[in-house]
Each structure stands twice: as structure tokens, then as C-alpha cells.
Design a protein around this ligand. Structure first.
Ligand code: PAF
Length: 281
């Protein structure tokens, strides 16, 4: 597998690929797990050429400690990618290659999609995500790009980015991949003790019950029920639970027929921040 570190070299390689062949991009921050593997496999099955990028993007972290602690497992990552296919190109630029002048995010108008949930609790996070993803789209010019639904808000924001910047790329959302007990796969799970990693299945169990309740009871009671569930569990600190319209991500006021809703959650477990979500209807 080819590993490329500079934009110039990557562009050279991309120029050698046939124009008629489709090109898939899987942007990641490394510490790859089975969730990433599923995105990469989907990209390989749908495109002749695939670029995987690994770049821990500093402009999307609002907390220096979180950035410093972000796991780096490049040897394992290379092995995981090579096991999937040998026709993947890995792009792993340094920070100075992507941000030669200043390490600051651009500002976008995501029409409110960035103001709720993750956006409310992580200042400038989505401007940072937009900045790196727009740059990667500019460098790679993929036909399709793959993002996991675990970060559903990010997925919606990237769809919005392509709309407002008129970028001709098809955004493919991919199902959440879960550990055996139900915890959504995330590089952060590595930071949990074995015991809590199993216990954290409680997050998904709560989402599944919330979904059943959403179908049966007054939907507005579901949020209070979830808040109470977490109050009864000392191991977990609930940051937010919200039910929103999947298109606008605005919190539900009243359940409206024909509107698709999704429930979103962020929870601290052993000081590790975990997020998850579930389609409700
Ligand atoms: O989801 C991620 O890993 C990151 O936010 C992304 C999309 C690679 C941008 O840095």
C-alpha cells in the first residue's frame, strides 16, 4: 500500500488514475477500528480507487488535553487498511502540510445544524471539521466520501458543506458498528476500563428503550424518562439527550407525522465522553 505525506505527491498519484474511474475518500483521524473498517470496505466495494486519510485535525478540538490524548496507532492502522485491499492509498499529512500558515478553522454558516448538541458543548468543533473536510475534498476531489452515522450531526453538516460550497461529491452515510454488548465503536472506547466498557452498553440499551417508548407513549415524556434513568446510575454522567428532526436537527417540540426523528446522546463514563444515536421512526 502506498503511504503519501504531501499534497503534491498525492496530486501526482491522483493524476495517474484514470478520469473515468470512480474515486472514494474515507477521512479519518486514525486509531482505526471495525467501524472505520466497514467504511473502508464499503468504499472499496463502490469505487475503483480509494484514498483513506489519517489526520488528527487540531482545529476541531476545543480541548488541548483531548487532542494530546487522541490515540495514535499508525502501525495497526496500516495493517488494518492493507488487510482490506492493496489498492488503497493512505494519505497521512503533517499539521504543517494542511495548515502552513495558521492552525485556525474557517467560519461556516451551517444554517443552525452546528448550534445544537455537539455544537452547543464543543465550541467551534464543526468549523474545524468543515475546514479539514473542505480541504480534503479540494485535494482529493473524490466522487464519493464515506462518514459514519455514529457522528450523525457531523454527517448532516458535511452534507450541508457540500451544498453551500457546491462541491460535487456524493456523501455516503454508513451504519453504526457496535461492540458485542452494544456500545457504539469509537477510538475513545480504548480509554475505558474493561468493566466499564461492558457496562457502557447501558447507553445503547437506553436508546433502544427510548425508541420503543417514542412509538408508544407521549414522545415528549421520553426525554424526562432518559434523564431519570441516568440519574439512577452513578457510573454515567449524562451531558445531553435530545430528540430532533433528522433534516434540521432542531429539537422536537411536538411529534409531527411524516417527519423523521432521531435521538442523540452524549455521556461521560470514567471521564471519557461517548456519543451515540438511534433512528426513532
Ligand atoms: O469523524 C472524524 O474522524 C473526523 O471528524 C473527520 C471527519 C475525519 C474530520 O477530521
Amino acid at each position: 500500500m502506498q503511504v503519501i505525506k504531501t499534497k503534491t505527491k498525492l496530486k501526482e498519484e491522483l493524476n495517474k488514475l484514470g478520469d473515468q474511474l470512480s474515486l472514494g475518500l474515507v477521512p479519518t483521524m486514525g486509531a482505526l477500528h471495525d467501524g472505520h473498517a466497514s467504511l473502508i470496505k464499503k468504499a472499496v466495494s463502490e469505487n475503483e480507487n480509494v484514498i483513506v486519510s489519517i489526520f488528527v485535525n487540531p482545529t476541531q478540538f476545543n480541548n488541548q488535553e483531548d487532542l494530546d490524548k487522541y490515540p495514535k496507532t499508525i502501525d495497526n492502522d496500516i495493517e488494518l487498511i492493507s488487510d482490506i485491499s492493496d489498492r488503497i492509498i493512505l494519505f497521512t499529512p503533517e499539521v504543517s502540510e494542511i495548515y502552513p500558515k495558521t492552525v485556525t478553522p474557517k467560519t461556516y454558516d451551517f444554517e443552525g445544524l452546528d448550534k445544537v448538541m455537539e455544537g452547543e458543548f464543543r465550541d467551534d468543533h464543526f468549523n474545524g471539521v468543515g475546514t479539514i473536510v473542505e480541504e480534503l475534498f479540494k485535494i482529493v476531489q473524490p466522487n464519493k466520501a464515506y462518514f459514519g452515522e455514529k457522528d450523525f450531526q457531523q454527517l448532516r453538516i458535511i452534507q450541508k458543506l457540500t451544498e453551500i460550497k457546491d462541491i460535487p461529491v456524493e456523501i455516503i452515510g454508513c451504519d453504526i458498528i457496535r461492540e458485542e454488548h452494544g456500545l457504539a465503536m469509537s477510538s475513545r472506547n480504548e480509554r475505558l476500563s474493561t468493566k466499564m466498557r461492558q457496562k457502557a452498553a447501558f447507553i445503547y440499551d437506553t436508546l433502544k428503550t427510548a425508541k420503543i417508548k417514542f412509538g408508544m407513549e407521549n414522545a415528549l415524556n421520553v426525554k424526562d424518562w432518559v434523564i431519570d434513568e441516568f440519574k439512577n446510575h452513578d457510573d454515567f454522567e449524562l451531558e445531553y439527550f435530545d430528540i430532533t428532526d433528522v433534516e434540521t436537527l432542531t429539537p422536537m417540540q411536538n411529534k409531527i407525522n411524516n417527519v423523521k426523528y432521531r435521538a442523540f446522546i452524549a455521556v461521560y463514563v470514567e471521564d471519557v465522553r461517548l456519543i451515540d444515536n438511534i433512528a426513532l421512526n
